[in-house]
Design a protein around this ligand. Structure first.
Ligand code: DLL
Length: 449
């Protein structure tokens, strides 16, 4: 952080964190519920949700029957570990509405996420589901430091993606003023951020960086303006990226997690302590499993996040395997919320690269690249196959002499992650800029591989 920026940024953060010391919650009773009570509520809701899934969704009924399980056999939260997992492919196999527990005519909205292959995953919501989602998203925004009356510039994409509308209705529910900007038209975003004086920016972290870059190019210093909080999610990002975005936009960057199969944004969010994301346990049951064996790991161990919905009417999800890698903590948080915390999601199981036997996530490479002197924080990873080996080329943009940068990046990646990668230094602006979820990997390996 430059000396020039520090006082102003510090003043903004100070004012918003410590002005009235009274803690603010959107749903105080639910957010601070003692954990014993929370577990009782979870069990009650789990049993009701399983019963509905069993009665209304043939897929769930048949799979439970195959295991000789009936909903009433689940008498404790531990018993839930006997239930079968649900996979993304199950949603695809029952495209479009096959896993819905309510008739399509009774639903209020559909969303869909485009997969890299084949059919999209379609999810549905009753009016009550939408109300729950808005409340959980409002709760998440408040947890991040947003307050009624704030102006929120929402740059998550509107449409089938859950980001735009999900954040939008949560923001309205909290009592803020929303600017439904969506993604793209970045010059216009910069102008409106300035003219309207937004205090909060909602965007993917990669798009937030794009906004910062365009503002700088246009000679607009957003750090001087009103922005105080960024609510960033929908893709993996690193602590290094957080520091970079906070420095360039002059705000506090908060991590927001969610997925359409479970709800959309607002499943978990950081509080102002920025020390893990509170997962809303009154509506979701969180587990971490070993992705290889499917068995539960000890609390604090890293593995795949599995989520069961406890209140969703249209699309109850039983033990949904998210593919996201994280770990859980139930330790008390300084903010007073009792709900467990997920660690930053380092990446998805499917995104893991294996380079000469070394497992590496794109976000680990990002953590090394962002902040290295001489390069811009934009990158892409190119995967190719030579013979039987996968090879990685890291494309970066340089402001300095290419050979020096190449060597610097190669050296740091090798020493910090243990992977040998080729480095290609491109000119300014050559790495495609994100409008939403950034494309970090270009996989040029033959399809059969
Ligand atoms: O990305 C929902 C969302 C919108 C979350 C806006 C946050 C903000 P999907 O398109 O279904 O839903 O993608 C879900 O994105 O399984 C993760 O792999 C990834 N993801 C979402 N949030 C984070 C995050 C939305 N904070 C998939 N950190 C998830 C890392 C994230 N990965």
């Amino acid at each position: 952080m430059t000396a020039m920026l520090q006082p102003r940024y510090a003043a903004k953060v100070h004012e918003h964190v410590s002005a009235p010391r009274r803690r603010y919650y959107f749903e105080r009773a639910a957010e601070t519920m003692p954990r014993v009570q929370l577990a009782q509520l979870q069990l009650r809701r789990l049993r009701a949700s399983l019963k509905a899934a069993y009665e209304k969704v043939p897929f769930h009924r048949e799979r439970m029957r195959a295991l000789r399980l009936r909903p009433e056999d689940i008498r404790s939260l531990e018993d839930a570990r006997a239930l079968p997992f649900t996979l993304k492919s199950d949603l695809r196999d029952h495209y479009p509405f096959g896993l819905f527990a309510r008739p399509r005519e009774t639903l209020a909205r559909l969303h869909a996420s485009s997969g890299t292959t084949g059919k999209p995953t379609v999810v549905g919501y009753t009016a009550a589901d939408l109300a729950t989602w808005a409340s959980l998203m409002a709760r998440s925004l408040a947890c991040a430091g947003v307050r009624p009356g704030d102006l929120i510039h929402n740059a998550y994409g509107y449409g089938l993606f859950t980001g735009g509308l999900g954040a939008h209705y949560g923001a309205e529910r909290l009592g803020t003023t929303v600017v439904p900007m969506s993604g793209g038209q970045t010059e216009r975003q910069v102008a409106l951020l300035q003219d309207f004086g937004a205090r909060v920016l909602c965007a993917t972290p990669s798009y937030a960086l794009n906004i910062a870059e365009v503002a700088e190019r246009e000679g607009v210093d957003l750090r001087e303006g009103s922005l105080a909080i960024g609510i960033f999610g929908a893709e993996p990002w690193s602590e290094a990226m957080r520091a970079e975005i906070e420095r360039r936009l002059g705000l506090k960057a908060i991590d927001l997690y969610g997925l359409s199969e479970i709800m959309g944004p607002g499943v978990a969010v950081e509080c102002e302590a920025q020390d893990g994301l509170h997962g809303w346990e009154d509506h979701f049951l969180f587990e971490i499993i070993d992705p290889e064996t499917g068995r539960a790991v000890a609390e604090g161990d890293t593995g795949e996040l599995v989520i069961t919905t406890l209140s969703r009417q249209a699309l109850p999800m039983i033990r949904y395997r998210t593919r996201d890698i994280t770990r859980l903590s139930t330790q008390r948080c300084a903010c007073g919320r009792t709900h467990l915390r997920l660690r930053r999601i380092t990446g998805r199981n499917d995104d893991m690269l294996i380079i000469r036997g070394v497992n590496v996530y794109p976000s680990q490479i990002e953590a090394v690249l962002v902040g290295l002197p001489g390069i811009a924080p934009h990158y892409q990873l190119v995967l190719e196959r030579r013979g039987s080996l996968d090879e990685l080329t890291i494309e970066v943009e340089a402001d300095g002499p290419a050979p020096v940068i190449e060597e610097r990046v190669r050296h740091h990646i090798k020493s910090m992650i243990g992977v040998t990668a080729a480095v290609r230094v491109l000119g300014p602006g050559a790495v495609p800029r994100s409008q939403g979820k950034a494309v970090r990997v270009r996989d040029l390996r033959p399809k059969s591989a």
